[in-house]
Design a protein around this ligand. Sequence first.
Ligand SMILES: Nc1ncnc2c1ncn2[C@@H]1O[C@H](COP(=O)(O)OP(=O)(O)OP(=O)(O)O)[C@@H](O)[C@H]1O
Length: 667
Amino acid sequence: MFRPVDAHDHVTSPVEKVPSGSRARQALGTVCRLCGRLRYELIPAAATASMTCLGWLHHAVGVGPEGWGGYGLGLAAAGALTYGGLKFKNAPAASLGVASTGALVNTAVGAMTGPSVPSLIAGGVVTIASYGVYVPWLIKTRHERIALQIKAAKTAPLPDGMGVNVTQAGVTGDSVEETALRRALVALGVPAQDVSRIVFTDTGWHAAVTLPPGKNTSAETVIAKQTQLEANLDLPGKLRLAVGAQANQLIVRMQTNDPLAETIAWPGPAITSVEHALPIGIYPDGSQVFIDLVAGHVLIAGGTDMGKSGVINCVIGNLVACEDAEILGIDMKPGALELGPWRRNMLALADDADGARQVLTMVKAEMIRRGKYLATLRGPKGEPVRKWTSEHGPYWILVVDELAELLRQAPDVASELVTINQVARAMGIRVIAATQSPSEQAFGGKGTDARQQYSTRIGLPVFETEPINMIFGRGAYGRGWRLDWLDLPGKVMVSSRRYADPREGRCYYVTDRDIVVVSTEHARHEDEEPAEPAWPHPQHEPDPDPEPPTPPPGSGGGGPRGGRPHLRPVPTFPDGSRIPDNRIALWEALQKAGPDGVTKPELVADDIVGHGSSATQPLTQWTKKGWLDDSGKRGQAKVWRLVAVAHTPRPEVTSTDEENSACPASL
Ligand SMILES: Nc1ncnc2c1ncn2[C@@H]1O[C@H](COP(=O)(O)OP(=O)(O)OP(=O)(O)O)[C@@H](O)[C@H]1O
């Protein structure tokens, strides 16, 4: 019996739930941060308020004659300073005189009247007056400072990391991290024009920095100096840099802790119906990452060795325990290395192009059969039934490992796959496709973008940024779907109806031993003896499609109707590509004619082709490919003779016991 493991054991430090009392502390922290950021702007208000309070305090303790004398003297001195400053055109002295006069008047009114309306009016008037002088001065000073920094960055008169006084006031942010970032960039010679509010997450923080225009101030240039920036920052964590939406926008991300750093053991099958949400991993807060197979097809994409098969194993490991799911597999690794261990849980498994064609033919036939069956059904009020549920029969889940390789080896199946993707969903058939290279070709070529059909997309780490938009859609990279930031195999971002925003999670790790235990426990098929049906198929079904999958002899039925079906070879040309349905009769006539060949009048007489010239075009094309010889004549008519060696697809994909000269089963 498979023993579930507590997923939380394997998370190093899931973020603890925030207690409700800490909200007030958070709000206080926000206010303090805001005050810290605006401290230069707040100076006059803070000074005036302090003087007012001082006056009130003086009033409370009682003001004696000497106190009033002191106020008088102070006012006289401040007045003299103002007068002198104005007379000798000394702006600082005059400003200081005016400010001191205002402050003393404000304090004296407070001392005279205590907390009162006149005192508040005096405080307000002095505050407004002081801002009238202070604000222009502050703006001027800041402009000069920024201009100096930009000039330094543009002309680079100073060596990197030196020159501008990084401790100067003004190069500050509303948090330690922002201040450090701004100063580190100044020290690098690229002062930030703007730093977006730093966002703190459960794994660290990130911000978008707008860099100034200049010679060496692009985000790319800063990324090239990452090591220096890291040293300048001198903050704990793993620094990651990326180019933002514009070339001058730098995305800075610091990962301070990683609750997903350790491998998370798979807790075993967690669902009993494919209609349940299927857990594939966990997020840093310990919540599970789910996919919903009922919602649509699933795309799994990521770099080499980054855990695609791991995700597939996790999904299959759950599906084998679902009574209402039949699994079919196409694994383009020879010998079905990845999906092979689940063979006994699968209705069909292909490991090459021929086998894949057979499986797809089988799925398409089932899709047609199901469509016809649904058409016969009526709801309680006589309404038509348009959607498959597990009440109608098991869902078919087609798992394709290495989609791009399948379409490379068998390009002719692309349209079949597109049809299945587009139509089969309503018939309870789902596709789970994994690929390393999510290119246009991998989704059926130009104009067919089958990618749209995958409503759930699971992204694993990638080494370059190009595939990200291919996986998640245009603009995804800019919106934060940063698969290039995932630093360990099995880390994922899932986009689906359930998850609209990018979030890093980690997939469960399914070991080979887990696979053996679970696949044995839930085995449905033996290689030779078909098992009991996993789900009774609808009774009184209409006549199935003209060429249903052939059941194994003596089994009483194939697939859900009675064990695993034997698959029929799909007719192919000598190069292995599929023969289109409307050319099969013509090709078979050529095969039947053998070395004698066949003429067009004979084909017409046998009703293979019509009187028109519809046969000439394919015959000429096949001759050009070297498959036919058209040099002979019978009477006036040209003789077409098949000369190419026939392509021999494997007759059956499910057998594992047959001896094979290349790889004998006895080995
Ligand atoms: N969820 C996970 N947690 C921890 N390690 C993992 C996880 N998934 C995969 N790995 C590690 O990564 C390795 C490669 O995984 P896997 O074979 O699934 O990658 P793949 O993308 O399918 O490879 P390929 O590109 O060959 O198809 C595994 O052997 C394992 O060591």
